[in-house]
Design a binder for this molecule. Structure first.
Ligand SMILES: Nc1ncnc2c1ncn2[C@@H]1O[C@H](COP(=O)(O)OP(=O)(O)O)[C@@H](O)[C@H]1O
Ligand SMILES: [Mg+2]
Length: 335
């Protein structure tokens, strides 16, 4: 299930492996719904720091052969593939079959029920107690001390069905809220939303939409939805995103550009606090954010009902086919 904590577990494994130094290399590759062999190959090549010998363009087969050779010579390594959706042909990508003899390992996560059953391994939702602890941790200390809110809060946590993502998003929305009537209303809203849909994925989307609707601020809603124009799992630079928001006209004209940027930063902070966007700043790169794939599914379900952008992910637009696609939707590029 999306949001159950697969990537989080994998990050722990990744960091442990780096600390232990049992392997010469630990390579992390995020694979998304829009599986693209060239991108996976580029990501692995990037992790192996292939530069001169690596053909940026061209033939997948040739790239697969080069990659396979490089991985065979890369010493003992672990390849981590996060979020595998469909069958991935290791051979097609250029990943040598991991075996006992070459000392290489592969770890992967997937949403595929079939693969989980086959591997006999599945990430379970949090227990009631764990869910409550995570919720209280996110919702803030003044709520923890309120005996009038606690019974409703516990029922709200139950509605999150033990899914960490939903828990942090709903808790983020309710952070600091100390009015018991607003808590009761939140509980009613969550129940009503979930009652309206069928299927686990649709339920997750509805719970996440709760947070979107509670943003109230229309500017923040536009800014949030805009993030869907980036591909899944894309690491978005904060400064660049705020510039785009300003150019799109989501932020009111405020006299100076700096003031508008500050407003953008404030909106970004609110979206981060509500856990609708994840901060991925690690000190090495420019400050960045990421939209969780399940949150992006929720945002896309909103934009598809009320289109402001056409988001068709995975088309691998080039200058050539871009114009054809714009024509298909009867759009034109204005200067
Ligand atoms: N065990 C956990 N404790 C606290 N927070 C968690 C836990 N597992 C996941 N989360 C939080 O839930 C959100 C979704 O987790 P993630 O690992 O991205 O899910 P998945 O990869 O299964 O879609 C993240 O914000 C993460 O920080
Ligand atoms: Mg994930």
């Amino acid at each position: 299930m999306g949001g159950v904590g697969k990537t989080t577990i994998l990050k722990h494994i990744h960091n442990d492996l780096l600390k232990q130094q049992r392997f010469e290399r630990v390579i992390w590759v995020t694979i998304s719904k829009e599986f693209n062999i060239m991108k996976v190959q580029d990501d692995i090549a990037g992790a192996l720091k292939l530069k001169e010998d690596w053909p940026r363009e061209g033939d997948k087969l040739r790239r697969a052969a080069i990659l396979s050779e490089m991985l065979k010579n890369a010493g003992k390594h672990v390849l981590i593939l996060d979020n595998v959706w469909d069958k991935v042909s290791l051979e097609e990508v250029g990943i040598p079959e991991p075996s006992g003899s070459n000392g290489c390992k592969m770890v992967l996560t997937t949403r595929s029920e079939h693969v989980c059953k086959y591997m006999g391994c599945k990430v379970k939702p949090l227990s009631e107690e764990e869910a409550l602890m995570l919720f209280l941790n996110k919702v803030g200390p003044n709520i923890v001390q309120s005996p009038t809110i606690m019974p409703t809060l516990k029922l709200v946590v139950k509605e999150c069905a033990g899914l960490p993502l939903t828990i942090v998003v709903v808790a983020g929305t309710m952070k600091g809220e100390d009015n018991p009537r607003i808590w009761k209303n939140a509980l009613g809203e969550l129940k009503e939303r979930i009652g309206k849909v069928e299927g686990v994925e649709a339920e997750v989307i509805e719970r996440l939409k709760f947070s979107f609707d509670h943003l109230k601020d229309e500017q923040a809603k536009h800014c949030f939805l805009y993030c869907t124009v980036y591909p899944e799992d894309f690491e978005i630079e904060k400064d660049e995103l705020i510039e785009c928001w300003i150019e799109e006209g989501f932020i009111d004209d405020m006299g100076t550009r700096q003031e508008m940027k500050d407003k953008g930063l404030t909106i970004l902070k609110k979206l981060e606090d509500n856990c609708l966007l994840e901060n991925i700043t690690d000190g090495f790169y420019q400050p960045g954010i990421k939209m969780h794939d399940a949150v992006r599914d929720m945002a896309l379900s909103i934009t598809s009902m009320n289109p402001r952008y056409i988001v068709q992910a995975g088309l691998q637009l080039t200058e050539g086919n871009g114009v054809q696609i714009l024509r298909k939707y009867r759009l034109c590029i204005t200067p």
